[in-house]
Design a protein around this ligand. Structure first.
Ligand SMILES: Cc1ncc(COP(=O)(O)O)c(C=O)c1O
Length: 405
């Protein structure tokens, strides 16, 4: 039987104060524009969505077929092994050997992840205490900074500018920052700038981190999306890198499998093990069906990656050519899947330009400020639609008077 006080409880209002750590990570300015994009879509208008770096190509058929097969395997209905499936880890290590000629021990130098995003954030929880510092080139893939911020740490941003080819000037980092820093992030081909780095840059980063006892985190999300004659190296091609480095790989971009959530980290076994330690407290690892299906992806010849890169390269060229007619003459990005566009002089912020692109041209982009302090003054276009649609996006900009003239 209900008492009078139960009735009162049924109608009571509650508010719960969220943890302070959520205030360390401000809401993406993009979130506001995303809500506005949804509103426009709900009216039936056609938005060309170049906001998220979510590939529009199909995942490989052999992966999809294997997934359908594996979903009928009862072994996959139980929890997968915490440390990942042997078949996945061995196939990934064989792929790395084939692609970069590096030796990764499949027993203790690799860990499957539910996406690099998850792994990168959890890595910060393994190493960052409140007040600790991480060095992050800026503009950055937001998670490089946000993992540290959520863990209560501080981020030292290294400016990436066109003058330095969007490469951080490692020799200008103040010694007091190096003394405090626990991690340094690098990521080339780069999101959002599209820049690439050479092998010498990787050597410098390894040297700096060894000298200052800093964990080097190389995010190689776009290792297979590289244009023209550019080459991408693994950090583990640098001698001694395993003493201090880990490297994140994902199937999201290479195999257009962003929705499958499949990635892995490789490298220093103590760092991999610390990340594993955090993850044993938060998840049970990647779904076995996805791991087994992903093994098939590694059997795809490397020459296929060149074909995928060519698709993005063509998209890049179509867009840059048309943008040049609107007054933008920018250097060609060497890899990844983005156009990093300076905003016209008449605009005060990337947000304002992005907002006009959405409302006046129905083209969705991300304002540069979402990628860190040094991203302000730019907007990012993701090349995630067919070249005809990218071409139409620039036509719409012209029609709406959104030019750089
Ligand atoms: C540099 C970089 N790292 C990681 C990711 C996310 O990878 P995943 O889909 O494996 O979480 C992205 C996504 O855009 C990215 O740009």
């Amino acid at each position: 039987m209900k008492t009078q006080s139960d009735e009162k409880l049924n109608n009571s209002k509650h508010t719960f104060k969220v943890a302070e750590r959520l205030s360390y990570v401000p809401t993406y300015s993009f979130a506001k524009l995303d809500a506005e994009k949804q509103l426009i879509l709900s009216t039936g208008l056609d938005v060309i969505d170049l906001s998220l770096g979510s590939p529009n190509l199909l995942s490989p058929k052999i992966v999809v077929d294997e997934c359908i097969k594996e979903i009928q395997n009862p072994a996959n209905y139980r929890y997968p092994p915490f440390k990942g499936n042997k078949n996945f880890k061995e196939a990934a290590c064989a792929w790395l050997k084939n692609r970069f000629s590096i030796d990764i021990n499949s027993e203790n130098e690799i860990l499957p992840l539910t996406g690099s995003k998850e792994g990168i954030t959890h890595l910060a929880f393994a190493y960052i205490n409140p007040g600790d510092m991480t060095i992050v080139p800026s503009p950055y893939y937001p998670v490089h900074a946000r993992g540290t911020l959520l863990a209560g740490g501080k981020v030292h941003e290294l400016p990436l500018t066109p003058e330095n080819n969007f490469l951080p000037q490692l020799d200008t980092i103040p010694q007091e920052v190096l003394d405090k820093a626990k991690m340094l992030f690098i990521s080339y081909p780069n999101n959002p700038t599209g820049a690439v780095c050479d092998f010498e840059f990787l050597e410098k980063a390894v040297y700096l981190c060894k000298k200052n006892n800093i964990i080097l985190v190389n995010d190689l999300a776009y290792s297979e999306l590289v244009f023209d004659e550019n080459k991408v190296h693994s950090i583990f091609e640098v001698k001694g890198a395993k003493d201090i480095a880990v490297e994140f790989h994902t199937l999201s971009k290479t195999y257009s499998m962003a929705g499958w959530r499949m990635a892995f980290v490789i490298g220093n076994k103590d760092i991999v093990s610390a990340l594993y330690e955090v993850k044993t407290n938060t998840d049970y690892g990647v779904c076995g069906i996805i791991q087994s299906a992903s093994v098939k992806a590694f059997s795809i010849p490397l020459s296929e990656h060149k074909k995928t890169s060519m698709i993005y390269q063509e998209r890049r060229d179509v867009m840059l050519e048309k943008l040049s007619k609107l007054g933008w003459n920018i250097p060609k990005p060497g890899g990844a899947m983005y156009i990093w566009l300076p905003i016209p002089k008449a605009y005060k912020s990337g947000f304002d330009f992005s907002s006009d692109l959405l409302h006046k041209a129905n083209v969705a982009t991300i304002p540069g400020g979402s990628f860190g302090t040094h991203g302000e003054g730019y907007v990012r276009f993701a090349l995630v639609d067919h070249k005809e649609r990218l071409s139409e996006a620039v036509d719409r900009m012209e029609k709406a008077g959104l030019t750089n003239k």
